[in-house]
Design a protein around this ligand. Structure first.
Ligand code: DOR
Length: 429
C-alpha cells in the first residue's frame, strides 16, 4: 500500500535545507517529494505542523542480548528505539557472550529480524572477550554483518593491540569506535572534582579521557584508519579532536544527551541513575561539548542506551553498574537543550541524529530523496511532555531525566515504508 505523508516540513541535512513537501512512499521507498501530491487510496499520515526527517540512527546502544535479557532484549530495545523515533540502532558487543564471533553477530541479526522493529547494525568486538589481548577474527565478523568494531565498556589498554586493530579495520574499510578512558586513571565511580570530594566518592579525572583520546588520535593518524571517538565528555577531548580534524586525521566523534545536559551535580543524593561511564562532568565540560557540537567537532549524537534492572541500580552507589537508558528521551533533549537552547539549528541537529551516523557507519541511509529507502521520522517539535520513567517502553527504567519537562516528541517512526508508531492514527484518503 502507498503511504502519503502530508503537509510536513521536510528537514534534509544532505541538502542542508528545510522545505514544505508531501512525501509519497511506495514499495518501501520514497517515490515522490512534491509540494502537493494526490494519491487516491493511499494511507495518509497528517504531518501538518510536524517535521519529517531522515530516520534517526542511534549508533551507540546496548541491547543486552544474548545473556542479559533481564535488562533488555533485542525486541524490547528496538521497541524503545521506535518509541524514541529511531529507525536503526548500532548494537554494542558487550553482551554475554561478547559479540566476538560471527555466531553472536548472526544471532543478534536474527533476533532483530524476528522482532521486526528498528533495524539493528551489530558492532563486532575488537578483542576476544573484549579483554584487550588478542584481536578477534575481524574479517569474519565483518562478513557476518558487523558494521564497526569496538570494545565499548572495556577500553583497550594496550596501545599495540589498538594499533593492530586500527590497521585491520582500515583494511576492512570500517571504523573503530573507541571507548576512550585510560584504565589506570579511570578508577572512580564518578567525575573527580568538587562534587566527588564532597560526597566522599572516588573520582575519575577528565585526564583519563583526554589521555586516551590523545593516544588513539595519534594511532589513527599513524594507521590512516577511521577512528570514531565514543561519548566525548571533556573540554580536553573536544580540543584534541578539533585539532586532529584540522590536521586531517580521519576522526569522527559523538556525544550523548546526558553529557550535553547534566553535570556531576546530578549524582548528589547518590543517584545511581546518574552513574555512567564516562562520568558526567563539570559546567565547563558541558559548555565545551556544546561548542564542539556547534562547530562540527562532534559529528554525532548517540545515546549510549545502557539498561540496567532496578534491583541492580538500587544499591550503594559504589556497587551500582554504570549506565542509563537514553533511546526514549533523546529527541526531547536534543530539541529542548540544543535546538531551543540555540546550540544547533534544525538541520544540524537532525544531521547529528541521522545523516552523520549513517556516514560514519557507511550505511546508505540518512537521506530523503526519490528512490531512497523510506526510513523516516516524524517529529512534533511543539509537543510538550514530562519524562515519566513508568511510561518508558524499554525493559529498564534507569533514567536520570524522570520529571524533566521537554518540548519535542517523535510522532511517527517509519521503517521501510511501514508506520511503527503514531501518536495520532493515520486515516484513509
Ligand atoms: O555507562 C556505561 N554503561 N558505559 C559503558 O561504556 C558501558 C555501558 C554498559 O554496558 O552498561
Amino acid at each position: 500500500m502507498e503511504l502519503l505523508i502530508r503537509g510536513g516540513t521536510v528537514v534534509d541535512p544532505a541538502a542542508g535545507r528545510t522545505f514544505q513537501s508531501d512525501i509519497l512512499v511506495k514499495d518501501g521507498r520514497v517515490a515522490a517529494l512534491e509540494k502537493k501530491i494526490t494519491a487516491r487510496g493511499a494511507r495518509v499520515l497528517d504531518a501538518a505542523g510536524k517535521l519529517v526527517v531522515p530516520g534517526l540512527i542511534d549508533m551507540h546502544v546496548h541491547l543486552r542480548e544474548p545473556g542479559q535479557e533481564h535488562k533488555e532484549t533485542v525486541a524490547s530495545g528496538t521497541l524503545a528505539a521506535v518509541h524514541g523515533g529511531f529507525t536503526a540502532v548500532a548494537a554494542m558487543p558487550n553482551t554475554d557472550p561478547v559479540a566476538d564471533t560471527p555466531g553472536v553477530i548472526r544471532y543478534v541479526l536474527e533476533k532483530a529480524r524476528e522482532a521486526g522493529r528498528a533495524r539493528v547494525y551489530p558492532v563486532g568486538a575488537l578483542t576476544v572477550g573484549s579483554r584487550g589481548r588478542e584481536l578477534t577474527e575481524m574479517g569474519a565478523l565483518r562478513a557476518a554483518g558487523a558494521v564497526a568494531f569496538s570494545d565499548d565498556g572495556r577500553p583497550v589498554a594496550d596501545a599495540h593491540v589498538m594499533r593492530r586493530a586500527l590497521e585491520y579495520a582500515r583494511m576492512l574499510g570500517v571504523p573503530v569506535i573507541s571507548h576512550c578512558e585510560e584504565p589506570a586513571l579511570a578508577v572512580g565511580v564518578m567525575h573527580e572534582g568538587l562534587v566527588s570530594t564532597r560526597l566522599g566518592l572516588k573520582g575519575t579525572p577528565a585526564a583519563a579521557e583526554d589521555v586516551a583520546v590523545a593516544r588513539d588520535l595519534i594511532l589513527a593518524e599513524m594507521t590512516g584508519c577511521h577512528l570514531h571517538v565514543a561519548h566525548v565528555t571533556t573540554a580536553g577531548a573536544v580540543r584534541l579532536i578539533r585539532e586532529a580534524k584540522a590536521r586531517g586525521v580521519r576522526v569522527t566523534a559523538e556525544t550523548t544527551p546526558h553529557h550535553f545536559t547534566l553535570t556531576d551535580r546530578a549524582v548528589v543524593g547518590f543517584n545511581t541513575n546518574a552513574k555512567v561511564n564516562p562520568p558526567l562532568r563539570t559546567d565547563a565540560d558541558v559548555a565545551a561539548v556544546r561548542e564542539g557540537l556547534a562547530d562540527g567537532t562532534i559529528d554525532v549524537i548517540a545515546t549510549d542506551h545502557a539498561p540496567h534492572a532496578a534491583h541492580e541500580k538500587e544499591v550503594e552507589f559504589d556497587l551500582a553498574p554504570f549506565g542509563l537508558v537514553g533511546l526514549e528521551t533523546a529527541v526531547g533533549l536534543v530539541f529542548t537543550e540544543l535546538v531551543a537552547g540555540g546550540v544547533l539549528d534544525l538541520v544540524a541537529a537532525v544531521a547529528k541524529l541521522s545523516t552523520n551516523p549513517a556516514r560514519v557507519l557507511g550505511l546508505s541511509a540518512g537521506v530523503i530523496e526519490p528512490g531512497a529507502v523510506a526510513d523516516l521520522t516524524v517529529i512534533d517539535p511543539a509537543a510538550a511532555w514530562t519524562v515519566d520513567r513508568g511510561e518508558l517502553v524499554g525493559k529498564s527504567k534507569n533514567t536520570p531525566f524522570h520529571g524533566y519537562r521537554l518540548k519535542g516528541l517523535p510522532h511517527a517512526t517509519i521503517i521501510g515504508g511501514e508506520v511503527h508508531l503514531v501518536a495520532r492514527g493515520p486515516t484513509e484518503s
